[in-house]
Design a protein around this ligand. Sequence first.
Ligand code: GDP
Ligand code: IMO
Ligand code: MG
Length: 425
Amino acid sequence: MNICVVGLQWGDEGKGKVVDILAEKNDIVVRYGGGANAGHTVVIGDKKFALHLLPSGAVRPNTVCVIANGVVVDPEVLLGEIDSLINKGITLDDRLLISENAHVVLDYHKAEDRLREESLGKNKIGTTVRGIGPCYSDKVGRSYAVRMADLLNIENLKGKIENIVNYKNKIFGALYNAEPMNAGEIYEKCKVYSQKLSKYVCDTTAYLHEQIEAGRNILFEGAQGALLDLDHGTFPFVTSSNASSLGVGPGCGVPVQMIDNFIGVVKAYTTRVGAGPFPSELENEIGQYIRDKGHEYGTTTGRPRRCGWFDAMVVKYAAKIGGINELAMMHLDTLAGLDEVKICTGYTIDGKEVKMFPSNIDKLAKVECVFKTVKGFGEDLTEVDSFEKLPDQARLYVKAVEDAVGLPVTIIGVGPSRKQTIFRK
Ligand code: GDP
Ligand code: IMO
Ligand code: MG
């Protein structure tokens, strides 16, 4: 069984937790898109792991971890992550594979991300400043791109880095009056990356197909969420990759026909970090209640997340474009304690029903949410271990979400830890 797990909102749905749980029955976990903008949390007992580039299967000692071609790899972050796992007694030798075709995020990408965001002022995207957009731009532009394969050929990289830094310095100087960067320093860092990472670099596409033929189970771990998808999200307030499950094929060379199940992860409400439209946002004390109770602060940047009611229009759209079969709903426990809970079940523009979520932000700015209100559930849910033991109102809430989206909720989160998970299958 090959499974793809993706976020169906604006990221941070709890993908890390779901992937970690499912990884128990899968041999291989693959990251196929995004980069260190992702922050995937796995909580096992009193240990908490925040993974940015390594697949969430990394915390299991026998799981093979693949960073496929669609990922933009920041070697500094990756090496830090590998070291921090070693400090926790987990080694990745012999079970980490990085695609030779994955692009490399270097200092000038992060500088460009920061300079561009600063220059945009109030019009900024609110990126994670991890150099993601600039690195994917170089990938598309081709001439100034550096891939993992280039780290294997380190002598040849010297001239290439000099060329690129020379080009970037001219642009950053002219546009932003920025201090020039030192090509020699960047190249020296690349030499270290080459020494430490070359042993992991290989043809991951060939590897994945061999493993599929051998009948091994593969788990594909999405980063970000469908509404941050470059083509199908709320452009320009998106990330620079296909963050919906549509990115899996190009991101790792495995066609969707080879994936048996697409699981969409959602929160029982909605969050978003960074700028951009958010129709069901709660800019009031209820939003603050959710932020406090759900610890809604970014895993990567620490920024407070914007919070709002569950938006079924968002999730229905994300599920349709992503071919989603079932939902994993996290953070049901966070809603406990509210007198009433709302679900956005539809949109209108000028009183007329909107059939499908409009990703065009000019249209989206005009929508009014239609809400269904259900009674809240007072009790603490964090110890509940089966669907039947949930309070009636919590079960009715799950049912209302299923009806509004048209998909079954098969996994429910009632706390951050592995064991605070209810399975309905
Ligand atoms: P990801 O990017 O989709 O992997 O999600 P993040 O790790 O960025 O954010 C999800 C946050 O919610 C993390 O702090 C998780 O530990 C936490 N979390 C996941 N599932 C649950 C849940 O069911 N209940 C609660 N209270 N926290 C959860
Ligand atoms: P995970 O995998 C939430 C958001 C940023 C910003 C926009 C563009 O943890 O769910 P970028 O740095 O990618 O150019 O920023 O996308 N963003 C995320 N929001 N979770 C993420 O990843 C995100 N990755 C990027 O906040 O609005
Ligand atoms: Mg996250």
